[in-house]
Design a protein around this ligand. Structure first.
Ligand code: TTP
Ligand code: MG
Length: 386
């Protein structure tokens, strides 16, 4: 099924709320923040942006560029209340909403065509309701994934609506600078420029292995983004602190090899849950309860968060290899904690090479379609045949 994501971002949010609440400010260059000589600008109304004032600019510079600007202190409490109202409107359109900040969120509207005519129509209705009920304008972007939806919402600001259909992806992306790729800041942009890559088209056509050699894991990610691919899910749930599984055996396990087979079965389930929720974790803990009920836990923390079965298994297996097994094992558990969402933090995307990622993705797709039990690999398969 075609995935459809909407990204909604309010226009000049803090300034727009102030202009809404005080008609005297409408049409004026309003600058929020930047009070005093040491402050910085939170945001500026579009009237003030014409003078070159923008977020994060020092108040001195803002005053120099726009002496007639109306400078106001921010009222965070008020903006949070408005933000709650916006979220309520989103909830009427999709159960899958991921707020990114007070004024922007992703909505997954895949498969909602039955309720509304199409994703662009949903985005238009959201904008209409925000305007009618809250007296504010928002810009919306619609696309087949998060990256493209966010890119789209920025293209027609303010009060914009932009749709990027799958077949338009190459045309839309090609000539944009590499800095428009998610996760590419000044440093990565410089690295890419040195490789002769300045446009997204050039990154899309580059060898991902070469990109990875110069940019690490991010290289694989930006190659995918440049080709319009982005599988990150919209994360709605409250993030769990850890994801784990344990198994009490019908008969105590006494051989280390059998224990490892059981370990792989647990790890496959945990890896799948992590990836499904868009999470990876840095700490891997193995819990073992012996026949005598003596229980031990051993943990290891990785430098880079992991969510691939192979990586988690490799660490947990090492823990088991180093254990003394004097008696049978009645319970084995594995937990991954120190969780981070890999949405937004691309450098933590994962630690595997592209082939491992591709295999994980293929297996995950099958599990999504046919159920978790339908696909198992390697050690788990051996466990079943025995
Ligand atoms: P943005 O969505 O980045 O900016 P905006 O809504 O003011 O303008 P637009 O989206 O139309 O370009 O940020 C939302 C709010 O977050 C903004 O109104 C004020 C606050 N903010 C800061 O306080 N400091 C900052 O550096 C930025 C970027 C935003
Ligand atoms: Mg905004």
């Amino acid at each position: 099924m075609q995935r459809w994501i909407i990204h909604v971002d309010m226009d000049a949010f803090y300034a727009a709320v102030e202009q809404r609440d005080n008609p005297d400010l409408r049409g004026c260059p309003v600058i929020i923040g930047g009070i005093g000589t040491r402050g910085v600008v939170s945001t500026a109304s579009y009237e003030a942006r014409k003078f070159g004032v923008h977020s994060a600019m020092s108040s001195i510079e803002a005053r120099r560029r726009c002496p007639q600007g109306i400078f106001l202190p921010p009222n965070h409490e008020k903006y949070s209340k408005v933000s709650q109202e916006i979220l309520k409107i989103f909830a009427d359109f999709s159960p899958m909403v991921e707020p990114l900040s007070l004024d922007e969120a992703f909505l997954d509207v895949t498969g909602m065509e039955g309720l509304f005519s199409d994703p662009a129509d949903i985005a238009a209705k959201i904008k209409e309701r925000i305007k009618a009920e809250l007296g504010l304008t928002a810009s919306a972007g619609v696309g087949p994934n998060k990256f493209l939806a966010k890119l789209a919402s920025d293209m027609r600001k303010p009060d914009g609506l932009m749709v990027i259909c799958p077949e338009q992806v190459a045309t839309v992306l090609s000539d944009l600078p590499v800095t428009r790729l998610w996760g590419v800041g000044q440093t990565t942009a410089q690295t890419l420029n040195k490789l002769g890559l300045t446009t997204i088209r050039q990154v899309a056509q580059a060898d991902p292995e070469i990109l990875a050699k110069h940019c690490g894991q991010l290289g694989y990610v930006i190659h995918q983004l440049a080709n319009g691919q982005d599988d990150r899910p919209v994360i709605t749930e409250w993030q769990p602190k850890s994801i784990g599984k344990e198994n009490t055996f019908a008969v105590d396990v006494s051989s280390r090899e059998d224990l490892k087979t059981e370990l792989w079965a647990l790890v496959e389930k945990i890896g799948w849950r992590l990836r499904r929720q868009g999470l990876s974790g840095r700490t891997i803990t193995v819990k073992i309860r012996f026949a005598s009920f003596r229980t031990i836990t051993r943990s290891r923390t990785l430098a880079v968060a992991a969510n691939l079965d192979e990586t988690i298994y490799h660490i947990a297996e090492e823990i088991i290899t180093n254990l003394t097994l004097n008696e049978g094992v009645r319970l084995l558990g594995v937990t991954v904690s120190g969780l981070v969402a890999f949405g937004g933090q691309m450098s933590l995307f994962d630690q595997g090479d592209e082939k491992t990622l591709a295999v994980a993705k293929a297996v995950d797709n099958l599990k999504e379609r046919f159920g978790e039990g339908a696909v198992t690999r390697g050690r788990a398969l051996i466990a079943r045949q025995q």
